[in-house]
Design a binder for this molecule. Structure first.
Ligand SMILES: Nc1ncnc2c1ncn2[C@@H]1O[C@H](COP(=O)(O)OP(=O)(O)OP(=O)(O)O)[C@@H](O)[C@H]1O
Length: 447
């Protein structure tokens, strides 16, 4: 299909000569001799590009451009102006004209401008398509109540400018939550820049965050822009915030407060407009008590707290997540999608998943590659998953109900403790028993 170009001009000679030349170049050409007609044609025939003369009787080119941008903002418009008309040029650019060409027209320049505009439009469309695909690929799956509640929280906070602190165990999907908030926010057209606070060595953190000038850092002869500069007008995602040193916390706090910073070795003060989303798997309140985290930074970041629940608290999502990961694995390995038997799903559902969704995803990916048959069965699951099978088996081999009850309770409390970083108070609150009860159980096990 040839790109279609609408030429709008009140001079019949220009319409005629331009359409002849552009038709020879392989474009499909439509013409209009005034603004009203142009708007009607755009509505009915959706051309790929408009060449629009400024001086026309009735609504002039500038007014027509305004109307076009109101109804079809992505349609590229190239304005044809009289020689040296700077005022019109400025107006048209402000209104979103893609390019301006001066009369008398040079056909080579017209063709270059048309091709540039069409290429730009194609890239924009590709970009939109890829963004949509990314959102679909990285969406938060799960129909359990905790996940539904999480999605509601995300939908509420995303369109605002509020800062968010995402809490949750390893692999629960904190980064996915951050990405979803960014993608649903008005900043989605700008980037979300990740900073893994635990992974950057202390000596490099300042240049990573704020950038550095040429020669300011040993071993680097080029200027580098930092994360706060790259995230300008977008979102900065401070992951593993609980692992930052106190010195770095002070530096981050300053830039978050002042929204200004300097590159290492640079004198110029740079301003940054960022939305901050932070994440942690640590109990930051405990870290504050132990003097490892600044209280002022905590309150600055914790404007909207979001808790991502561990997978064991939403076990009903495990079957659907497994199916999704099997489908993803099949697509990326270009293989037939494997099925999984119900007894295998049963074992997966009972497992405690200390590594949460990441652990489940990795396991499913591995099984999809390693299992030779079309169906994954209970036999194919690794031994560490059989702890829940074994526990079940052992429990059933206990003849006395009271003893079985104690064995189950011990196993249950220990698993819950592990899931709350061995924090007795938190576990007690979560499962609804007194903390003394858990302390006694631990003491008895040690004895
Ligand atoms: N609800 C979900 N639906 C689909 N995929 C998910 C879901 N939650 C997590 N995942 C996937 O699990 C993996 C781990 O998620 P993510 O990296 O977001 O976890 P995290 O909490 O940030 O981990 P860490 O604490 O280790 O940084 C990713 O591949 C992510 O796409």
């Amino acid at each position: 299909m040839f790109p279609s170009i609408l030429i709008v001009d009140d001079e019949p000679t220009i319409l005629q000569s331009l359409s002849g030349l552009l038709t020879d170049e392989g474009f499909e050409v439509i013409t209009a001799n005034n603004g009203y007609e142009a708007l009607k044609i755009i509505d009915a025939e959706a051309p790929d590009l408009v060449l629009l003369d400024v001086w026309m009787p009735g609504i002039d080119g500038i007014e027509t451009l305004k109307e076009i941008k109101k109804s079809t903002a992505t349609l590229p418009v190239i304005i044809i102006t009289g020689h040296g008309n700077v005022e019109t040029a400025v107006k048209a650019t402000k209104l979103g004209a893609f390019d301006l060409i001066e009369k008398p027209l040079n056909i080579d320049k017209v063709i270059v401008a048309i091709n540039n505009a069409l290429n730009f439009r194609r890239l924009e469309e590709e970009n939109r398509y890829l963004r949509k695909k990314t959102i679909e690929k990285h969406s938060i799956s799960g129909g359990s109540n905790p996940v539904q509640a999480l999605k509601m929280q995300i939908a509420t906070v995303a369109p605002t400018e509020s800062w968010v602190l995402i809490k949750g165990e390893n692999g629960t999907g904190k980064e996915l939550v951050a990405r979803t908030i960014h993608q649903l926010s008005p900043r989605a057209e700008s980037p979300m820049i990740d900073v893994n606070c635990a992974a950057i060595p202390e000596t490099l953190i300042e240049s990573e965050l704020f950038g550095h000038e040429k020669g300011a850092i040993a071993g680097s002869s080029v200027k580098k822009r930092g994360k706060f500069e790259l995230a300008h007008t977008g979102t900065i995602f401070l992951d593993e915030i609980g692992d930052m040193s106190l010195a770095t916390q002070a530096k981050i706090l300053r830039v978050l407060d002042e929204k200004k910073f300097q590159r290492v070795g640079g004198g110029r003060i740079l301003t940054t407009d960022v939305r901050v989303i932070a994440a942690t798997n640590k109990d930051l309140e405990g870290e504050i008590e132990n003097g490892r985290f600044r209280e002022d930074l905590y309150y600055r970041l914790n404007v909207v707290p979001i808790e991502v629940p561990p997978l064991r608290d939403r076990a009903e999502d495990i079957p659907s997540l497994t199916e999704i990961f099997l489908a993803e694995a099949a697509a990326s390995n270009r293989e037939k999608r494997k099925t999984i038997t119900s007894d295998a799903i049963d074992i997966l559902t009972k497992h405690a998943w200390p590594g949460n969704v990441r652990e489940l995803k990795n396991l499913v990916e591995r099984l999809a590659i390693m299992v030779q048959n079309d169906a994954i069965t209970a036999k194919d699951l690794p031994a560490n998953l059989s702890d829940s099978k074994a526990t079940g088996g052992e429990l059933f081999s206990i003849e006395d109900l009271d003893k079985a009850r104690v064995a189950f309770e011990t196993e249950y409390i220990l698993k819950k403790l592990a899931g709350h970083d061995n924090d007795v108070e938190k576990t007690a609150a979560a499962i609804g028993v007194a903390s003394d009860y858990i302390q006694t159980l631990i003491a008895e096990r040690k004895a």
